[in-house]
Design a protein around this ligand. Structure first.
Ligand code: 17E
Ligand code: FE2
Length: 412
């Protein structure tokens, strides 16, 4: 073995030594007798597959306040600010901010990322930059890029052509924003068009779907029906779906049956939607997050995203996935032990399903050696304490080592 990690602990609590060689996990046993050139003592800490960032906008990351701050806190003011900011995008500007954000995430244990790239600008500069970044970072982090028409697929006459150009250039997934199209009919048509394009270009689908508190925003049913009819199922993701939290239960119950049939993935972004949504409410004020617990009970795949790191929609954020999971525990009231464990799955294995990573992801012998070590003994403690990710191993090599903060009482 090139490298052995000794005295680790799996999320189940079992002790484990892990042997790595040639970028692959070669052995996992409670006590490995083999020896290696390099050995690292994990001191009983938890080893986990890496975190998966299911939903982020790297093109707008780190632009908060430029050209102005979001005063209303709404999605719509965010879109307007971004419309102004994106006029001055350059390849270098987007690449620098995207790479800085990916590093921020990688050092906190994220090695798989799905980013949206706005394709509403004729230059397609955001998309081109993120495709270049996807290639330049591939030796340490896996990036997927969604072609996302922020201003609507039918918002301007050229937008459909821009989407096709983005797919020709190599975007991994087709995106959309049906609730923001000018009419309900345009929204429905956009979903159909997204499915046609995904089939024609053989790409994944990830739609910003019903990110609004309007209980009449019902594009999720269109996405699910298209997923059933096309057979695309698990290649399809519905992001945000916050209106689902406002639907009446009679409709939500009927919808849940269709969703179960469709087997699509869901991404909730609790940090962002708890702040963007509910802005038109007084009291009682709605929570802006989709029905995560109910989707999970239904057996559907739900994963979580940061959505934003310091951008026109959210001036906070540091790319940490444990913060996202903790926010889901709170807002979705998933405080039971099995529910907290489920929220940990939503930032690891469920994210891998959303990204359709297949057997390139997972902590098992024969898998690529991507894994992280946390300063915590269990997923529950990792979320509770927002544990430090002490070691990030990517492609068989130690990528980042972080020492947990050291506290020393000086008197008293
Ligand atoms: N764009 C959008 O439509 N919704 C969001 N939550 C963000 C960008 C961050
Ligand atoms: Fe988003």
């Amino acid at each position: 073995m090139e490298l052995i990690l000794r005295d680790g602990r799996l999320s189940s609590g079992e002790a484990v030594d892990i042997g790595l060689e040639g970028g692959i996990i070669r052995a996992m046993e409670p006590r490995l007798t083999a020896e290696a050139a390099q050995e690292i003592d994990l001191g009983g800490q938890m080893v986990s597959p890496p975190f998966v960032e299911s939903h982020i906008h790297l093109d707008s990351a780190l632009t908060a306040g430029d050209p102005r701050w979001n005063q209303s806190g709404t999605l719509f003011e965010g879109i307007e600010i971004w419309r102004d900011r994106k006029q001055s995008l350059t390849l270098e500007d987007v690449k620098a901010r995207a790479i800085a954000t990916l590093k921020l995430q990688a050092q906190q244990g994220v090695l798989f990322v799905r980013s949206h790239a706005d394709v509403s600008e004729t230059s397609l500069v955001a998309l081109k930059a993120l495709l270049e970044v996807r290639d330049s970072v591939k030796d340490w982090i896996t990036l997927q890029v969604v072609a996302f028409p922020q201003d609507g697929l039918y918002g301007s006459p050229g937008n459909l052509d821009l989407m096709e150009e983005a797919l020709t250039l190599g975007a991994d997934a087709v995106g959309g924003i049906p609730h923001y199209e000018m009419t309900r009919e345009d929204g429905v048509q956009s979903v159909h068009r997204i499915f046609e394009l995904a089939q024609r270009y053989d790409r994944l689908i990830d739609i910003h779907c019903d990110e609004i508190d309007d209980d009449q925003s019902r594009f999720l049913e269109v996405v699910a029906a298209c997923a059933v009819r096309s057979g695309l199922g698990s290649r399809v993701t519905a992001s945000h779906t916050t209106a689902f939290a406002s639907y009446n239960n009679a409709y939500a119950f009927k919808l849940m049956g269709l969703l179960a049939r469709s087997a699509i993935n869901f991404v909730a972004n609790p940090l962002i939607n708890i702040t963007l949504q509910g802005r038109t409410d007084t009291y009682p004020k709605r929570r802006g997050v989709t029905r995560v617990k109910e989707l999970w009970h239904q057996g559907l795949n739900v994963s979580l995203g940061n959505d934003c790191v310091q951008d026109p929609w959210y001036s906070l954020g540091d790319g940490n996935m444990l913060t996202v999971a903790a926010m889901a525990v709170h807002i979705c009231q998933m405080t039971g032990q099995d529910e907290i464990a489920a929220c940990y799955d939503m930032i690891t294995t469920n994210g891998a399903k959303t990204l359709a990573l297949g057997n390139t992801y997972g902590l098992a012998v024969g898998q690529p050696a991507n894994l992280i070590v946390l300063d915590a003994p269990s997923p529950y403690e990792a979320i509770r304490r927002n544990a430090t990710v002490t070691h990030v191993f990517s492609r068989g090599k130690l990528l980042v080592h972080t020492k947990p903060a050291e506290v020393r009482w000086v008197s008293g």
